[in-house]
Design a protein around this ligand. Structure first.
Ligand SMILES: CC(C)(COP(=O)(O)OP(=O)(O)OC[C@H]1O[C@@H](n2cnc3c(N)ncnc32)[C@H](O)[C@@H]1OP(=O)(O)O)[C@@H](O)C(=O)NCCC(=O)NCCS
Length: 169
């Protein structure tokens, strides 16, 4: 049985260890810490997946900027990690779905992710160019994706700018 819930302070070490294991480097664990310490952190959108009281997955959504005529805050999904022995069992998908439901309930507008289209398109993510949203990264356009939530409105177009916390990832 997988239990998905918000992170608590006592989970921070386990979350960092899990991110380091999943990514094979410490950058993402550091990113989580930097976001937590910034004004972009959203406590009820940092979720853990637990199996028998062990943290096996973590997802973080935080505010990033979409620069239109004005600068709007939208959700960035990063990072997402599942403990290696627990991958391909639906845990990553469950974390994404839980996060998207919370984002809908909070009446957020869009979620942005840099990731593999094979994985993210199944949750309704589409290349950002479909929404006239420009990536700050020199990546093929299908890797930079947007999921429009129910509160999405057409003026949400422009260039995405990530806060400084993301500089070293
Ligand atoms: C990517 C990741 C979060 C997916 O979580 P998961 O619980 O394994 O995913 P699910 O079981 O819900 O879904 C399976 C899908 O995940 C993707 N996936 C699973 N393991 C993967 C891996 N090692 N590398 C790349 N993609 C992987 C595949 O698209 C797979 O779909 P498929 O079975 O149709 O090929 C997880 O594999 C992981 O933590 N990888 C290392 C960290 C990482 O690369 N994170 C990137 C997030 S942008």
């Amino acid at each position: 049985m997988i239990d998905i819930r918000c992170e608590t302070l006592s989970n921070y070490t386990a979350i960092a260890e899990m991110n380091t294991l999943a990514f094979g480097q410490e950058n993402e664990a550091k990113l989580v810490e930097k976001i937590r310490n910034s004004d972009r952190y959203i406590s009820n959108l940092s979720l853990v997946a637990e199996v028998e009281n062990v943290i096996v997955g973590h997802i973080l959504f935080s505010y990033i900027d979409l620069v239109c005529e004005e600068t709007l805050q939208v959700l960035g999904l990063a990072p997402l990690a599942v403990r290696p022995q627990f991958q391909r069992q639906g845990i990553g998908s469950a974390l994404i779905k839980a996060g998207l439901e919370i984002a809908e309930a909070k009446e957020e507008t869009i979620v942005i992710v840099l990731g593999h289209p094979h994985f993210y398109t199944r949750f309704g993510f589409q290349p950002s160019v479909v929404y006239e949203i420009e990536s700050p990264f020199p990546v093929p356009e299908e890797f930079f994706m947007v999921k429009a939530l129910q509160s999405y409105q057409k003026q949400y177009k422009g260039k995405v700018v990530y806060p400084a916390a993301f500089d070293e990832v």
